[in-house]
Design a protein around this ligand. Structure first.
Ligand code: MUC
Ligand code: MG
Length: 367
């Protein structure tokens, strides 16, 4: 069970259509495949999707920090010493996505070594998650058409609508068009990626009061401390903290400050080990949780699915597990299939996924 090698392989897979949101846009999945090898010949895998405009990590930076800093710290530890791994990686304050991919690859290797699925090792609550689809910026007719297509093809009936544009009427028109088109047959919630001020958010929420929103997420920056507290205090639906809570300590700060009332858990930025801490903390505080998506490919989605299905609170709401549908291809030998609006966990050991070597050869950018 000893870790002998950690690989970080950059790859690039184009998107079928770009995803635009208030803090950035994505045209290609320029991610990093992380592989952890053990002395038993086991290989654990995970994926790191950098989001430079949010956490400051880049594809080159993730490869470099793993090769130059983290790999050496792990050498010789066993797969059971994950708290030791975490403590060593935690000396570096930043780089959440690089650390998380290492953590999840370790769990995959552990599951493979023990012959058990990771989701069951983590908690084993259920074998499926309902899926929520994220709709990037466009005009109302195109966003309704996209939602309709995703609903017909995959049975998805929960949509997270990206908002945060100016004027806010652009986004309000989209949410209204979706509600008018689908009636009460879909769940809708919104995510501003810090695009509005607290006052703009409050005005927009007032105009959308009749649209039966499930949640509002990160509409304005958490650093607008008093403004955000004022906004959250006015709302009668949960306000989700996402990029403002990349660590358990941030969850504590933001919740105690009244800056959020629910939590988005992203395995891409807290791995399995830290996500478990966030889950336990949120559970203890009595908060709603949603499994989020850092615009992961299918490897990252398999990770979010494994974690979300492991606990009651993380599988209660639809998880954001469908961004990979926007990609032109992926690295998995067996693509994930969303059926009847759900994704099913694998019953195989580890994460239950295999990398297709030909696809990796085609999309890796380090050769
Ligand atoms: C989200 O929930 O904000 C956009 C940027 C990112 O890191 O995640 C996505 C979705
Ligand atoms: Mg978000």
């Amino acid at each position: 069970m000893k870790i002998t090698r950690v690989e970080s392989i950059p790859f690039s897979i184009p998107y079928l259509k770009p995803l635009h949101f208030a803090s950035g846009e994505v045209h290609a999945a320029e991610h990093v495949l992380v592989r952890v090898h053990t002395d038993d010949g086991v290989i654990g895998v995970a994926e790191a999707p950098p989001r430079p405009y949010t956490y400051g990590e880049t594809q080159r930076g993730i490869v470099a920090v793993i090769e130059d800093v983290f790999a050496e710290q792990l050498h010789g530890l066993t797969l059971l010493e994950r708290e030791q791994v975490g403590a060593r990686l935690a000396r570096t304050v930043g780089n959440p996505t690089a650390k998380s991919a290492i953590d999840m690859a370790l769990w995959d290797a552990l599951g493979k070594t023990l012959g058990q699925p990771v989701s069951e090792l983590l908690g084993g609550y259920t074998d499926r998650m309902r899926v929520s689809h994220m709709l990037g910026f466009d005009d109302p007719a195109k966003m309704v058409a996209e939602a309709q297509k995703v609903r017909e093809r995959h049975g998805i009936s929960t949509f997270k609508v990206k908002v945060g544009r100016r004027p806010a009427e652009l986004d309000i028109a989209v949410v209204r068009a979706l509600r008018e088109h689908f009636g009460d047959s879909v769940e809708l919630y919104i995510d501003g990626n810090r695009g509005w001020t607290a006052a703009e958010s409050a005005r927009a929420m007032k105009e959308m009061a009749d649209l039966d929103l499930l949640f509002a997420e990160e509409l304005c920056p958490a650093d607008d401390v008093l403004g955000r507290r004022w906004l959250v205090g006015k709302l009668d639906i949960p306000f989700i903290a996402d990029e403002s809570v990349p660590t358990p300590a941030d969850v504590t700060r933001e919740i105690l400050a009244g800056s959020a009332t629910a939590i988005n858990i992203k395995t891409a930025r807290t791995g399995f080990t830290q996500s478990r801490r966030v889950h336990h903390l949120a559970e203890g505080l009595g908060l709603e949780m949603v499994m989020g998506n850092q615009i992961d490919g299918q490897i990252g989605t398999a990770c979010a699915l494994a974690f979300g299905a492991a606990f009651e609170a993380t599988s209660r709401y639809a998880g954001e597990l469908s961004n990979f549908l926007d990609m032109s291809d992926d690295l998995l030998a067996e693509p994930l299939q969303i059926r009847d609006g759900c994704l099913q966990t694998s019953s195989r050991a580890g994460l239950g996924i295999d990398i297709d070597p030909d696809k990796l050869d085609r999309y890796r950018t380090d050769k």
